[in-house]
Each structure stands twice: as structure tokens, then as C-alpha cells.
Design a binder for this molecule. Sequence first.
Ligand code: G3P
Ligand code: CA
Length: 247
Amino acid sequence: MTLIFAHRGYSSAFPENTMRAFMEAEKAGAEGLEIDVQLTKDGEVVVIHDEKVDRTTGSTGYVKDFTFKELRKLDASYLHKTLLKKEPIPSLEELFEWMSTTNLVCNVELKNIIFRYEGMEEKIIELVRKYNLADRIILSSFNHYSIIYSYRIDPEVEIAPLLAEGLYMPWVYASSIQAKGIHPKYIAATNEMVKSCMENGIAVRPYTVNKKADMLRFFEVGCSAFITDDPVKALRIRKQFERKSKK
Ligand code: G3P
Ligand code: CA
């Protein structure tokens, strides 16, 4: 079965990368979450997509220049004008603590291309160990050096490179860096590529799959999982697809 991972949580309906969006994704029945992490000035791993807080909180500045206490005062539901309740930027620890009470898998994307965030890998792995989540966490990044470094710190933690473009024989590359999966942009994930990866024991979890036709293509090819902003739509389409294929 193709698993459904909620991109930044259930982000088509709730403020991205907030506990609300994660809890709503779990309530809806998504099997996994995809989240983005950065590091604060005082070394807290926090869940936010951009290097700057501007777009999602309406405040200004780089995450790296805020202490966690300062960052907590911002409202990550800024883009959702109709929501009455404010949503704080979560720490990774807060998310992991809650996750340990669920069965969710979580794909943590390390956003360390623009700023290196020295020491972030160690902090993430420490939290994975603290909450005993090694078998439910997948570390991904466009910074492949960072996930390879993470694997060297702890080979129990699964890694998956993000691939924005088509790569020739990605299963060979994945195996060479000890990755059990790849996360390609959905356009680059052709049926042939998905099949070859999976035949070679490499899971494929394309991002960000929001259109019905693309979802159906990945269900039909039996893709390991995909990452979507709208897990409710994906779950509905998967149910219809499964019903049809049983006939
Ligand atoms: O997981 C891959 C995807 O999330 C990468 O793109 O910009 O949404 O983090 P972005
Ligand atoms: Ca991401």
C-alpha cells in the first residue's frame, strides 16, 4: 500500500508545520508527516520551513537570530486569517514527545543548505534516541552531506536524499550512501524509475503530490509513499482506488 505523508502536516487546511496541522493529519488517518527543521540562536531544533520567520508569522528576521523563547511568542498561524487560535512554532522535542504517543512515521527535512546549523544533526539524533523513535524517523535533505553525516553518527536512523531533478539510476546512488529510500520531486519520479528503485530495495516517496491524476499514478505503480499537502484527499482517492482494484 502506498503510504500518505502529510507535507508540513495537513497544510492545505491548517497552518503549516504546527502541532495543529500534525494532529489534524493524524486524526485524518495519514500514516506519516513531513516536517522542516532549523536551529535557533540558542540551539533549539524548531519546526519551520523558511530560514526567515516573515512568511509564516508576519514578524521579521532569521530563525537563527531568535532565541527559542523569543520565537515561541510568534504566531505561526499568521497566514490563516480565519483561525482564531494562535499556533506557536513547535520545537522538534515537542513534536517527538507527542509522536511517541502515536504510530506516525515522521520525515524530518533538515533545512541546512543556506545556513549549515553546525551541530543540528547531533541534536536531532539525540532527540530520536530520547523518544525511542529510530524506527519511525526518516531524515532527508537537499544537503546530502548532512544526511550522510547523520547516518555516520547513528546508522539506526534511516536517511533519504531529496532529489529535485532526474538522476540516472538513483537506486545505485541511494545504496552507495546507505539510504533505504529517495524523495524525488514528483515530476522526476517516472513510473520506470519508481519500479526500478523498488525492485532494487529502495523506497520512493515523491513530493509534493496534490493532483488526483498524480496520486492515482503513484497508487497504480505501487509507490512506497507520497508526500501531500492534502492527506484527506489522498486518503479518499486511495480508498476509491483500492475498492476499484478489488473488483
Ligand atoms: O519533502 C520534500 C519537500 O518538502 C521539499 O520541498 O520546499 O516543501 O520543503 P519544500
Ligand atoms: Ca520540506
